[in-house]
Design a protein around this ligand. Structure first.
Ligand SMILES: C[S@@+](CC[C@H](N)C(=O)[O-])C[C@H]1O[C@@H](n2cnc3c(N)ncnc32)[C@H](O)[C@@H]1O
Length: 247
């Protein structure tokens, strides 16, 4: 699916911060756009920290890709199984992790940023029963490993893996999933406005399709649209929204 819009978006690039934005639910593409942009300003420069992103995202709803994956599991009756493990890669302040816990999953939440883990652990909606099913790890994608999982979720985070580490990371994601397990999340396309940043992992559609060969595609939406930052800078978005089941 490709959406073109000239809607002015209320967020922007501030100093070294990467712009992402919360789009009002105004057009037929509104949900994809909101998800596509993370709903808030997201810094790429790790030295700048992710605080502004976490502040902006803290009341954000779980991602649609995650919700679809969870609904699909539940429609298969997997909800009844006791030992379901989800890995939330680049969990941030935990908008997806908290939904996984709410729906009864065990969750390994991984993020390189101490602040992300601290914010997740301090969430008011993380009760002690849910917390007992939560493991958190402050570690980079490059170093992280985990046990076989039913779901690997990564919302707006994998593109921040350094490109030279991305192939190994994707291999770990795919191989860690049990048969019938799912990946849900997002990737940046090669026409994204940030695609020339050598620190980011962006992919051509054919590359994403290749990565997903061992999966049945349950959602595979390619979103491409023009928007603006809050300071009026034009920004081109090119994203893939993915829910895929391991064959
Ligand atoms: C845009 S935020 C997304 C957070 C959350 N998944 C969401 O949808 O709101 C990206 C997250 O990925 C984390 N991240 C970025 N690069 C990382 C890396 N190399 N290893 C681990 N985490 C990383 C950041 O700390 C940040 O919390």
């Amino acid at each position: 699916m490709t959406c073109k819009t000239s809607t002015t978006l209320p967020s922007g690039k501030i100093m070294m911060m990467r712009p992402q934005f919360r789009e009002e639910l105004r057009t037929q593409c509104h949900r994809e756009r909101e998800a596509a942009t993370g709903g808030a300003a997201a810094p790429v420069q790790m030295t700048e920290g992710w605080s502004r992103y976490y502040d902006a995202a803290k009341d954000g709803a779980p991602r649609e890709t995650l919700l679809l994956a969870l609904d699909l599991f539940e429609s298969e009756g997997v909800a009844a199984r006791a030992e379901r493990l989800a890995v939330d890669l680049g969990c941030g302040e935990g908008r997806d992790t908290i939904e996984l816990l709410r729906r009864g999953w065990r969750v390994l939440a991984i993020d390189a940023e101490r602040e992300a883990i601290e914010r997740l652990r301090a969430r008011a909606d993380l009760d002690s029963i849910a917390a007992a099913r939560l493991e958190t790890r402050m570690i980079s994608f490059e170093e992280a490993d985990w046990l076989p999982a039913d779901l690997v979720n990564s919302s707006f985070a994998l593109p921040f893996c350094p490109p030279d580490h991305f192939p190994a990371l994707w291999k770990r994601i795919a191989s860690s999933l049990r048969r019938g397990g799912r990946f849900s999340g997002h990737l940046f396309g090669d026409r994204d406005g940030w695609a020339q940043d050598p620190a980011l992992s962006c992919h051509r559609r054919v590359e994403v399709e290749d990565m997903l060969q061992a999966f049945e595609l349950e959602r595979f939406d390619e979103i491409e649209e023009d928007g603006k930052t809050a300071v009026g800078e034009p920004k081109h978005w090119h994203l893939f929204h993915i829910v895929a089941k391991k064959l």
